[in-house]
Design a binder for this molecule. Structure first.
Ligand SMILES: NC(=O)c1ccc[n+]([C@@H]2O[C@H](COP(=O)([O-])OP(=O)(O)OC[C@H]3O[C@@H](n4cnc5c(N)ncnc54)[C@H](O)[C@@H]3O)[C@@H](O)[C@H]2O)c1
Ligand SMILES: [Fe+2]
Length: 345
């Protein structure tokens, strides 16, 4: 569902999915605690609002904790409604799955390991760019790896795209998350996995990103609408292809240093002119035009062991490297070369 103000239809959207005695759980980004949005939630009966702490990007331990609390309190629930940025939406997807799958969410980090469908889940983005509203993954940091629960059961049953919810996002955050979408497009369109499905969505998303970040003079309602659709189309594009080098490298930063996804991708993409020359030139233009600062020298002073940790995490993202560099990627991206790249960041 798309439209300015569509959030107010949430009650009727949820109605057919309510099961007797089982509440709807609204998992809301903690940014909205004490904000007016909370008073607009269609809370009925035993429904519960849970504020998601997204200070850190989602961890398997946090997903397990949220799911276990809900199981202890209610047995089962009618559904989970995730409202917020990519982190809150990913948490909602993961908690929904863990309501119906045994063990820990860490057991399902990988591809097609999830056995049972989760409970009904709806996603409502309040930041545009990650594509988490449409993707078949939920990115989690676990005890040994940072990897998503990629499965056919992971996508939301329903999404509500209301651009009004994004309109007061801080300029920096909006840019970093928006660039996640821009980078998805470049990595998908220049990847070896490209096909007509991914290309059609990727080109459209790229055009919308350029519209809001390069061509437009001022940010307005139309910009929010366009970036929200860019995020959707960008997510669709990578659903049938893959991301690439910026993502593979930024996963290492995130694992070791806790660098957040949007800003981490920007820090890496800024130095990828050898791999995505035209994209990086345009990226630098957007950074300048939108008066954003990209942090520099964040890996200065790290030990050999720490560099190795990042390299291991990054090299583990095989499909991303293969998409970016082809089947013989291991010959093109050696550990030494990757170390050199990390040292530049
Ligand atoms: N599942 C996927 O396909 C996928 C793809 C890309 C990224 N991700 C994940 O998405 C996360 C990054 O998401 P993100 O960039 O949207 O940021 P985020 O969800 O981590 O949120 C960033 C900050 O913005 C705040 N925020 C959210 N909405 C706001 C609003 N309207 N106004 C003001 N502040 C607001 C949050 O409270 C938080 O402090 C990462 O965890 C990443 O792994 C998932
Ligand atoms: Fe991303």
């Amino acid at each position: 569902m798309f439209g300015r103000g569509s959030f107010d239809q949430l009650d009727e959207i949820l109605e057919p999915h309510r099961k007797a005695g089982a509440p709807m759980i609204f998992l809301v980004d903690h940014f909205f605690e004490n904000k007016a949005l909370v008073n607009r939630l269609p809370v009925r009966g035993k429904d519960k609002i849970v504020f998601a702490d997204v200070t850190y990007e989602p961890k398997t331990s946090y997903v397990d904790k949220l799911a276990n609390q809900l199981k202890d309190e209610f047995g089962t629930v009618s559904g989970i409604v995730g409202i917020g940025g990519g982190s809150a939406m990913d948490l909602a997807k993961a908690v929904s799955l863990m309501m119906n799958n045994p063990g820990s969410s860490a057991d399902y980090q990988g591809w097609d390991l999830v056995k049972n469908p989760g409970v009904y889940k709806a996603g409502i983005p309040t930041l545009s760019g990650t594509g988490a509203e449409v993707s078949r993954t939920t990115v989690l940091t676990g005890p040994t790896k940072k990897l998503g629960m990629n499965s056919d059961f992971t996508p939301f049953d329903q999404i509500v795209l209301d651009p009004v919810l994004t309109q007061n996002a801080p300029v920096n955050q909006r840019f970093y998350t928006g660039m996640d979408c821009y980078i998805h497009c470049i990595e998908s369109l220049q990847g070896t996995y490209l096909n007509e499905f991914s290309k059609s969505y990727g080109e459209k998303a790229l055009q919308l990103c350029q519209q809001v970040f390069v061509h437009k003079k001022n940010w307005d309602d139309e910009s929010d609408d366009q970036l929200m659709m860019a995020s959707y189309a960008g997510g669709m594009s990578i659903a049938y292809s893959q991301v690439g080098i910026a993502h593979a490298v930024s996963y290492g930063l995130s694992y070791l240093l806790g660098t957040k996804h949007g800003i981490g991708n920007c820090i890496v993409f800024d130095k990828l002119e050898d791999y995505y020359p035209a994209g990086v030139v345009e990226f630098k233009k957007m950074v300048e035009k939108n008066k954003i600062e990209i942090p520099q020298h964040i890996t200065k002073g790290l030990t050999d062991e720490q560099f190795d940790t990042m390299i291991n995490v990054s090299m583990g993202m095989k499909p991303l490297w293969e998409n970016a560099l082809g089947k013989d990627w291991e010959k093109k991206m050696t550990r030494e070369k990757l170390r050199g790249l990390y040292e530049k960041l």
